[in-house]
Design a protein around this ligand. Structure first.
Ligand SMILES: Cc1cc2nc3c(=O)[nH]c(=O)nc-3n(C[C@H](O)[C@H](O)[C@H](O)COP(=O)(O)OP(=O)(O)OC[C@H]3O[C@@H](n4cnc5c(N)ncnc54)[C@H](O)[C@@H]3O)c2cc1C
Ligand code: SF4
Ligand code: SF4
Length: 637
């Protein structure tokens, strides 16, 4: 019998007289030997990596029943076999799933599957079997109709999802199309192609969270998605000013848009292209919403934002600076305009709800970043600042405080670093610039002096605990509270929606969020639409763009039209030879010492050489499609 330390029993242990025989090996001491990876193990390990990449790059729309079968098969192979529910039960689950998948199953098989999975989850000895069965149950609840369709018709209803990157971009930008154009040096055409779906190419080239990269098929080859966002910036930087297409003939219809953030401006852009007269009502002095008054200019300089906004306004969009709900009511807008789009975002800071929160020196992150966006920079020179929160807004507040001259910036978070919702690169960047992360500490109360100025934040140490809603939840640790001395506390724990006035005018609210159906229409209010952060709660720029695009489309229908948005650009044909593995070009930043004291753009652009190499990593899934995505592009919407 072998052992994991080598072939221990290859030689006899003792002879008949109780002495050891002469051993082989240089010193005869080969009782333990170093583990050697056999060629077979090497190959299996590389297949695991390959398998992981394929899973990671699985396009949405893959048959979930098929996936469940493969998953249970894998779990079964990982079973140690010591308990019957896992050893026998998982095999039986797989057989039932396969029967259903091949069209031979019945409703009774579905009940059997559920009963067996529940029994395994309740009785397996360890988490290997329990988790496998739970995943089957999750699938049964999540995609039961797929199982039922296999039983009823023997067919899969997993729908056609198109090119993976374009499908994952909420605005459905034609990504392989614009990458192919960048590769040919046709940068202005690339910008035109992007604008067909997203009028913010300059903004998104810098700060989009690029969900499009999640399912990029390039990951199959070398584990890294194409740098789609970086190539967007390269196109924009090299295109010069690209005028918008000519709008359709005037329809004589008028639309009021409340709020000039990305969703309001997107709706205004597409509605104007359709020939409607749009007026934007904006309460701030300048347009852009959180793009101008939230995201700091070291990540998104005004020049990039203004480039996109200028194109939108050039279509004849009118702007009035007033706060709807205060200066005009929604009812007045409804009387004067044929349709209204509510795009007010989420601007109010949430509070901690702890003792002393009203003292001098406490502010919300959105309030602080808004002031910086207005050009009214708070002077933190020589001060100790504490930021509370672990999301991207907290990181922006942290890095901005450092740039405002703070002596020290500590970011206090009640979970662990790996639980932070901020992008890992944002956290790394903040730490590199000098921020100290203080994790597993929950704010308890504010410490202040007799003049009511903040002097510190009391925190309660936490211990990480059970997973709740997919995340390990912290609870109070058996440790005494601690005091973190500071002069300012910036609270970055989320944003609320200032929607009360709209609620009074009849817009249905879910707590503070506006209600709109998937078309953007507000129920019970014909001609009123809503979208962006005000409906979804704080999300991302590209989700706001998606909402604006959908609202424009449906407002157009509501007004009695069927306009289409298209772009007249030929996409280069896909090359035949595609590709050996090649690393992804990552975007670099200016050196820490150079960047941490200013608000100048932090990211370096790609070089021409880098951009061309990155373009050539795109596998042109618009042409080389298969299975449930066949590589067709949407030429219009
Ligand atoms: C600090 C910070 C950093 C972020 N970083 C990123 C990032 O890197 N990447 C990313 O994708 N997303 C990021 N986001 C999120 C992103 O900015 C928002 O999801 C997006 O701006 C939402 O767009 P919106 O149009 O719905 O709302 P907003 O951008 O908030 O715009 C709403 C507009 O409506 C106006 N308004 C409100 N009420 C009224 C009224 N009653 N009358 C008239 N006008 C009104 C507001 O003044 C504002 O201009 C960040 C957000 C913040 C706060
Ligand atoms: S807008 Fe964002 S999600 Fe869409 S293609 Fe560009 S980087 Fe990707
Ligand atoms: S390889 Fe190209 S076309 Fe395919 S998913 Fe990635 S970016 Fe999109």
């Amino acid at each position: 019998m072998g052992s994991r330390y080598g072939q221990r029993n290859a030689f006899p242990r003792k002879n008949g007289h109780g002495t050891f025989p002469v051993r082989k090996g240089v010193y005869g001491l080969d009782k333990l030997t170093l583990t050697q990876e056999t060629p077979a193990q090497k190959a299996v390990n590389s297949l695991y990596i390959e398998f992981y990449r394929r899973l990671n790059a699985s396009p949405q729309g893959t048959c979930p029943v098929d996936l469940a079968s493969a998953f249970v098969n894998l779990c079964h192979a990982q079973s140690c076999g010591k308990c019957v529910p896992c050893r026998i039960g998982l095999g039986s689950l797989r057989e039932t799933i396969d029967k259903i998948r091949s069209g031979d199953g019945t409703e009774r098989d579905l009940d059997k599957l559920e009963a067996h999975a529940t029994a395994i989850a309740d009785s397996a000895d360890c988490a290997i079997g329990i988790e496998a069965a739970r995943m089957v149950l999750t699938g049964l609840r999540g995609f039961r109709e797929d199982y039922e369709a296999h039983i009823r018709t023997g067919e899969c209803i997993a729908s056609f999802m198109g090119v993976p990157c374009s499908h994952s971009c909420p605005a459905h930008v034609d990504i392989p199309g614009y990458i192919a154009l960048v590769k040919e040096g046709r940068y202005a055409d690339a910008v035109r192609v992007i604008r067909k779906d997203n009028p913010f190419p300059s903004v998104c080239g810098l700060i989009c969270e690029h969900p499009c990269e999640a399912h990029c098929r390039r990951k199959i080859v070398d584990d890294d998605a194409v740098n789609i966002r970086g190539l967007k910036r390269y196109a924009v930087d090299n295109a010069g000013t690209v005028p918008p297409p000519a709008p359709a003939a005037s329809t004589g219809k008028t639309v009021a848009v409340v709020g000039a953030g990305p969703t309001g401006l997107t709706a205004a852009y597409f509605l104007s292209l359709m020939g409607h007269q749009v007026t934007i009502f904006e309460q701030n002095k300048k347009l852009g919403g959180m793009l101008r008054y939230g995201i700091p200019s070291y990540r998104l300089p005004d020049s990039y934002l203004d480039a996109d906004i200028d194109i939108i306004l050039s279509l004849g969009v009118k702007v009035e600076h007033s706060a709807i709900g205060k200066e005009f009511t929604l009812e007045q807008l409804r009387e004067k305009y044929d349709a209204v789009y509510l795009a007010i975002g989420a601007h109010a800071g949430k509070t901690l709800g702890i003792e002393g929160e009203n003292k001098r020196g406490i502010m919300s992150a959105v309030e602080m970043l808004h002031d910086v966006g207005e050009g009214e920079k708070i002077d933190f020179t020589g001060k100790d600042v504490v930021i509370v929160g672990g999301g991207n807004v907290a990181m922006d507040a942290t890095r901005t405080s450092l740039r405002l001259g703070a002596k020290s910036v500590k970011c206090v978070y009640r979970r662990r670093r790996q639980d932070m919702t901020a992008l890992a690169e944002e956290v790394d960047g903040a730490v590199a610039e000098g921020c100290e992360l203080i994790t597993l500490q929950a704010p308890l109360k504010v410490d202040y002096d007799e003049d009511e100025n903040v002097t510190g934040l009391w925190v309660q140490p936490q211990i990480i605990g059970d997973v709740k809603n997919g995340r390990p939840a912290p609870r109070n640790a058996d440790k005494a509270p601690e005091l973190i001395r500071c002069d300012y506390i910036v609270v970055a724990i989320g944003q609320a929606i200032d929607s009360a006035d709209f609620g009074k005018s009849g817009v249905p609210l879910r707590r503070d969020a506006m209600t709109a159906d998937p078309t953007g229409a507000v129920p019970g209010m014909p001609g009123v639409f809503a979208g962006g952060d005000a409906v979804t709660r704080p999300a991302t720029v590209i989700r706001a763009v998606e909402a604006g695009k959908i609202a424009a489309n449906n407002i157009d229908h509501y007004l009695g039209f069927e306009h289409t948005i298209t772009v007249d650009v030929d996409i280069p044909t896909a090359p035949i030879s595609l590709k050996s593995a090649c690393g992804r070009v990552e975007i670099t930043e200016r050196e820490v010492a150079d960047r941490k004291g200013d608000f100048i753009l932090m990211e370096n652009p790609m070089s021409h050489e880098e951009a061309m190499q990155e373009c050539s990593r795109c596998m042109r899934c618009d042409h080389y499609g298969y299975g449930n995505f066949r590589g067709e592009r949407k030429r219009q919407w």
